[in-house]
Write a protein that binds this ligand. Structure first.
Ligand code: HEM
Length: 124
C-alpha cells in the first residue's frame, strides 16, 4: 500500500475515534459516571491524538498540503487549538457544570467544523 493510503486511513480512523472517545467521556460524566477516569478511557484518547497528529504531519509531507498556504488547513489548525482548549474545560471536573456544558458545546461545534473543512477543503 502507498504511504498516502496508510497515513490517510490512520488519520481518518483516529479522527473518528477522537470524536467517539470525546462524546463517550462527556456522556459518562453527564450521566453521573466519572469512574471512566480509572479505566483505559483516561489514556486512550491521548494515544489516539498522538496517532492522529503524527499521521497529519505525514500527510502534509506526502501531499504537499500546507497550513498558512492552504487556508482550509490553517483554519483547521486554529479550530484544533480551540477544540483542545474547550475540550479541556469540558472534561475537567473542577469546573462548574454551566462552564463544562458551554465548553462541551463549543468543542463539539469546532470538531464538526474541522470535519467539514477536511471533507470539503474549501478554497479561500
Ligand atoms: C481533530 C483534529 C482533526 C480531525 C478530526 C481531522 C479529520 C480529517 C479527515 C476526516 C480527513 C479526510 C478528508 C477526506 O476524506 O478527504 C482529513 C484529511 C486531512 N487532514 Fe485532518 N483532521 C484533524 C487534524 C489535522 C491536522 C492538525 C492536520 C495538519 C496540520 C491535518 C491534515 C490533514 C490533511 C493534509 C488532510 C488531507 C489528506 C487528503 O485528502 O489528501 N489534519 N482530516
Amino acid at each position: 500500500m502507498h504511504w498516502y493510503d496508510i497515513l490517510k486511513h490512520l488519520h481518518v480512523t483516529a479522527a473518528g475515534l477522537t470524536a467517539l472517545l470525546f462524546t463517550v467521556r462527556l456522556a459518562l460524566d453527564a450521566t453521573g459516571r466519572p469512574g471512566w477516569r480509572t479505566t483505559p478511557l483516561r489514556w486512550l484518547p491521548h494515544l489516539n491524538d498522538t496517532v492522529l497528529l503524527t499521521a497529519a504531519i505525514g500527510l502534509l509531507v506526502v501531499t504537499g498540503w500546507m497550513p498558512f498556504v492552504h487556508h482550509w488547513l490553517t483554519a483547521k489548525v486554529i479550530l484544533l487549538v480551540g477544540y483542545i482548549v474547550a475540550g479541556g474545560y469540558a472534561i475537567k471536573p473542577k469546573f462548574s457544570r454551566p462552564t463544562r456544558i458551554t465548553a462541551a458545546v463549543l468543542a463539539l461545534i469546532q470538531l464538526a467544523l474541522i470535519f467539514w473543512l477536511a471533507l470539503n477543503k474549501p478554497v479561500f
